[in-house]
Design a protein around this ligand. Structure first.
Ligand SMILES: Cc1cc2nc3c(=O)[nH]c(=O)nc-3n(C[C@H](O)[C@H](O)[C@H](O)COP(=O)(O)OP(=O)(O)OC[C@H]3O[C@@H](n4cnc5c(N)ncnc54)[C@H](O)[C@@H]3O)c2cc1C
Length: 289
């Protein structure tokens, strides 16, 4: 998988320089939260995956999520009710198609997490899973693992990813730029991988991949105030083209900024089209790879 080829220097426009390690994979996933881990396990079935995280594998918002996951899990509930509740709670901000997509896939996604071994809390008589009712939900449909659901899901999936023969995990590696065709004097706008800084050594290496996925988490720091942690925040928005690729999904993703007040970042920059893909933890899916 790792081959002796050529290197790139940080900020250099030249992709090819002699005799330094470049790593090659089928899929490069940037981010090790719930979105990145889920995608890695799914595409890792038949492809070589590299998953990078700018801190430790569990250092992200996913590990701190508490309440639980909403899905239609009982016979007296319905997907239509879940969709309506979400649209009402969203006060006109929800994309109707995305809302439907997420609600319709809720049950199978939760069943997948259960099959992977996530220890969701069960009823006292062990008859089923304990469901709570939160916010604008009209039914009890929040499955949870005590009051540390994110930690339970993150820990379970991270352990699976770390043991997976097709997945290489690089912690303390931060993607500093995407490699697009134009940067290496090639035709088109395809994304060829990323330049990655090793936090511990200070060296930048090249990770080439047929497909690159941004699973870099919420955009809480777009706002002046957020309850998100500082370090797992996304650090890729200024990259050319990324904004265009990410905005449609970002606008439908959960990034828990209840304290947000003032937009901090101008979104009026001129993004170019880019072949990068974005993984969204809200639906645990990326564009079909
Ligand atoms: C306190 C709190 C409570 C919450 N409670 C709930 C809840 O009850 N239910 C719910 O559904 N949601 C909840 N959320 C929201 C939920 O946690 C997030 O929507 C979800 O975890 C985001 O997952 P993610 O994989 O997209 O991002 P994250 O888990 O944030 O992962 C992002 C990853 O990207 C990495 N990264 C970022 N930039 C780079 C880079 N340039 N190079 C390399 N790696 C990079 C980070 O290191 C991290 O590994 C809560 C959030 C918080 C903060």
């Amino acid at each position: 998988m790792t081959s002796l080829v050529r290197e790139t220097a940080l900020h250099s426009r030249k992709f090819i320089q002699p005799w330094v390690l470049m790593q090659q994979y089928d899929v490069l996933i940037i981010g090790s939260g719930l979105a990145g881990l889920t995608l890695a396990l799914k595409v890792g079935q038949d492809r070589k995956v590299c998953l990078i995280s700018k801190r430790g594998i569990n250092d992200g918002s996913s590990n701190w999520a508490q309440g639980g996951i909403a899905a239609v899990l009982t016979d007296d509930d319905s997907t239509e009710a879940h969709i309506q509740d979400t649209l009402i709670a969203g006060a006109g901000l929800c994309d109707a198609a995305v809302t439907r997509l997420v609600a319709e896939h809720g049950r199978e996604t939760v069943e997948w997490l259960i099959a992977e071994g996530v220890p969701f809390t069960r009823e006292e008589d062990n008859s089923g899973f304990h469901l709570t009712r939160e916010g604008g939900h009209s039914h009890r449909r929040i499955i949870h693992a005590a009051d540390a659901t994110g930690h339970a899901v993150q820990k379970t999936l991270a352990e699976k990813v770390q043991q997976h023969p097709n997945i290489t995990v690089l912690e303390e590696h931060i993607a500093v730029d995407l490699i697009t065709a134009g940067k290496v004097n090639m035709e088109g706008s395809a994304c060829l991988g990323a330049y990655v800084l090793n936090n511990l050594t200070g060296k930048v290496s090249t990770i080439a991949a047929q497909q690159t996925v941004l699973a870099t988490g919420g955009a809480g720091k777009v706002y002046l105030y957020t309850t998100n942690l500082t370090f797992p925040r996304v650090t890729v928005w200024p990259w050319p083209g990324v904004l265009a690729a990410a905005l449609p999904i970002w606008s439908s993703s959960s990034f828990t900024p209840p304290a947000c007040t003032i937009p901090r970042l101008s979104l009026s920059s001129s993004p170019r089209r880019c072949a990068v893909k974005v993984a969204c933890s809200s639906c645990l899916m990326a564009d079909a790879l």
